[in-house]
Design a protein around this ligand. Structure first.
Ligand code: SAM
Ligand code: SF4
Length: 352
């Protein structure tokens, strides 16, 4: 079969979305991502000790010299846009920890053909850079917020930072980021009792709130399907208090199923990659902070773009290489099946 010039995989999907991890490091220690705190360990041991686990991943932080540079990122973005990529999302680890982030944003925002430049952040450091990021051309921002209870927020994230994150969300709205999205990962016996208050908060603040199923990407490999509150359960529990009406997806590759409220105030989305996989519509690839391309969140193999960039490859060579890599994109993930193998790196290293 001959390959079309854009980024098309062997299952017929056209890729439009490139997620770039700017660092694997983070100033939080979320229970579902880097569960290194005592609270996280107590939770997993206490509630779920009877369940068997694979060996934990010991995070190996990327050395500075191996981090993909701004120059290299801008070049990859330019080549990727030439291949049909339309959306770029900056993520991590915590992207706000990357020194000079606003310069990178300004640089990427000016690349002709880019339709959407977004960032996902825990928000803790956002106020320091918010205005510059807006002026530099960042279009959209998503925050992570799993709890509105100060103690529970600290337990989940390892940081007493609820006030800072709430202030960041307020500031993003004030600066005109629109929509401001907020993501909550829902874990049974951790924050599922807060679903109602998070929904109330989303409605009150006019936020686009997304509830996400817990995926097996934590560094402790503590994930078990018993901890997942499925999208269906999330919806049913929200429906006990609110009347929901379905909203059309943002686009055919959107991960969230969206719902509005019958009284017209607010909107929520449910992202259910575990119980209702959307792999057939996936149009994403990822670039890790150390310059590896990942064709799926759950890929067990990575493709070394950094070496190519540092060994004098031309733009055409990079484009051809990317086409070849994308062609190999996995058909789907295998969570919950006997053959499932967790990826060798956790979410903070992959770039969510
Ligand atoms: N540090 C930033 C943040 O937390 O928003 C960006 C990186 S974080 C890895 C990106 C997204 O992945 C966040 O919304 C986070 O909630 C989500 N995430 C991390 N680990 C997850 C897991 N095991 N299952 C589901 N979502 C996860
Ligand atoms: Fe850090 Fe984001 Fe992972 Fe939480 S989810 S530990 S904020 S990278």
């Amino acid at each position: 079969m001959t390959r079309a010039p854009g980024l098309i995989d062997s299952h017929g999907r056209t890729l439009r979305d490139l997620r770039i991890s700017l660092t694997d490091r983070c100033n939080f220690r979320c229970m579902y991502c880097l569960p290194e705190t005592e609270a996280a360990q107590n939770f997993y041991r206490g509630h779920w000790a009877h369940l068997p686990n694979p060996a934990p991943i010991v995070p190996q932080w990327v050395a500075r010299s191996l981090l993909i540079s701004f120059e290299e990122i801008a070049r990859v973005v330019r080549v990727a846009i030439g291949l049909g990529i339309q959306k770029i999302r900056l993520t991590g680890g915590e992207p706000l920890l990357r020194h000079g982030l606003e310069e990178l944003v300004a640089r990427i925002a000016k690349i002709p053909g880019l339709e959407d430049l977004a960032m996902t952040t825990n928000g803790f450091l956002f106020p320091q850079k918010a205005r510059t990021l807006r002026e530099s051309g960042l279009h959209r921002i998503s925050f992570s917020l799993d709890s509105l209870d100060r103690d529970n927020f600290k337990k989940i994230t390892g940081r007493d930072g609820l006030g800072e994150v709430l202030e960041s969300i307020r500031l993003a709205q004030e600066l005109g980021f629109h929509p401001v999205k907020v993501n909550a990962v829902v874990i049974r016996n951790i924050n599922d009792h807060e679903l109602g208050s998070l929904v109330e908060f989303a409605r009150e603040k006019n936020l686009s709130f997304r509830f996400i199923e817990f995926m097996p990407l934590d560094s402790a490999r503590a994930w078990q399907k018993e901890m997942v509150v499925t999208g269906a359960e999330i919806l049913n529990r929200i429906r006990e208090r609110f009347e929901l009406v379905p909203v059309a997806p943002e686009n055919p590759s959107a991960t969230a199923k969206r719902w509005a409220f019958a009284d017209g105030r607010g909107e929520i989305g449910v992202i259910a990659p575990v119980s209702e996989p959307f792999c057939g519509q996936c149009n994403r690839i990822r670039l890790t902070a150390d310059g590896k391309i990942r064709t799926c969140l759950f890929s067990v193999a990575e493709h070394d773009l950094r070496s190519l960039l540092r060994n004098g490859a031309s733009d055409d060579e990079i484009a051809n290489w990317l086409r070849g890599v994308v062609w190999q994109k996995e058909a789907r993930h295998h969570i919950g099946e006997p053959e499932f193998v967790s990826p060798p790196r956790s979410m903070s290293c992959i770039g969510g």
